[in-house]
Design a protein around this ligand. Structure first.
Ligand SMILES: *[C@@H]1O[C@H](CO)[C@@H](O)[C@H](O)[C@H]1NC(C)=O
Length: 316
């Protein structure tokens, strides 16, 4: 046994070491950061926001650093930039420029760049509100628009088979559970149906290809049920802010619902590939493979350069 490890002096030293690290962190974030910023401002003639815009190219790297800088700012005006109403954006930009005494002539691209960051940051929160609203919208058989969407989903996925009636076992052919899909939308509401329909409309061939894999007698799974489940995955990733870097890299301005649907398409398409590659014994193992897939996606979403866009493979 190593003597040194038992030595109390060593332990005290270790404790000290941890404590020093902690003190250093507090000191840095409360005090040193402030003076460092002040010093850099003096030397470069630019504030931190300007330096970030100059140093980082557009995308997640720049926008997330701007976001952090605004969040930890002592200025109310700067912190308020994280929760802006859309109409206040221009006014608020002017306020920031005034507050930080920025000379626009000397840094002509700054305002454009900061505007883009603010659109991305505030757009993310706005988009999540819209996603949440659609999720809370319950599928309603009395609602003609809802019914039309459901029937359209069938027609797109099963172009050569007619639905015999609205309530029928045939729904099982596209992976619903009972003879009326409405009960399957529960947790995700209209968000689930809208995603399924978007995928089938926008990437019809890919969606049919995924459906044919899902209907494979050995390796299959319930297409619609798993699709709704992947909607939940997209939703919770968005809710936990895990989609930020991806959106900052792929949408140069305000992200829209379309971009959320597109991320769902990525999940639906990639999950199918993942499932086929992993060759699970049966659908009973869905939980395990869902977790594994979830971890994989979450890992990818932490890479600063992440862009998870669906690219269709040509199937032979
Ligand atoms: C998706 O699947 C996981 C694992 O089986 C489950 O815990 C979760 O409740 C499901 N979500 C939905 C909306 O079906």
């Amino acid at each position: 046994m190593n003597n040194l490890l038992c030595c109390p002096v060593h332990l005290i030293f270790l404790k000290h070491h941890l404590m020093l690290g902690y003190i250093w962190k507090c000191f840095y974030s409360s005090c040193l950061r402030f003076w460092l910023k002040w010093l850099l401002r003096l030397v470069t003639g630019r504030c931190e926001l300007q330096r970030i815009c100059a140093r980082c190219k557009a995308g997640a790297l720049r926008t997330s650093q701007i976001e952090y800088s605004l969040k930890s700012s002592k200025s109310k005006v700067l912190r308020a930039a994280l929760s802006l109403k859309e109409n206040d954006l221009e006014d608020h930009l002017a306020q920031i420029i005034q507050e930080k005494r920025i000379k626009e002539q000397k840094d002509p691209t700054f305002k454009v760049n900061l505007r883009q960051c603010l659109l991305q940051i505030n757009g993310y929160n706005k988009l999540f509100e819209a996603v949440e609203e659609l999720r809370k919208e319950v599928f309603d058989s009395e609602n003609e628009a809802h019914e039309t969407m459901l029937l359209k989903l069938w027609d797109l996925l099963m172009p050569s088979v007619k639905l015999e009636s609205r309530i029928t076992k045939q729904w099982g052919d596209i992976g619903f559970q009972g003879d009326d899909p409405k009960t399957d939308f529960r947790g995700m509401g209209m968000l689930g149906l809208t995603n399924l329909l978007f995928f089938s409309e926008k990437y019809t061939d890919a969606a049919r290809q995924v459906l044919s894999h899902a209907n494979h007698p050995g390796l299959g799974y319930s297409y619609a049920i798993v699709g709704i489940n992947l909607t939940e995955m997209a939703y919770s990733l968005m809710k936990s802010d895990a989609l930020k870097l991806h959106f900052y890299n792929t949408v140069p301005g305000k992200p829209e619902m379309l971009h959320f649907h597109q991320f769902y398409c990525y999940l639906a398409y990639e999950f199918d590939k993942f499932w086929l590659e992993e060759e699970p014994e049966s659908i009973m193992e869905f939980n395990r493979y869902r977790e594994k897939f979830h971890d994989k996606v979450k890992g990818q979403l932490q890479v600063p350069e992440v862009t998870l866009l669906m690219t269709v493979d040509q199937e032979k």
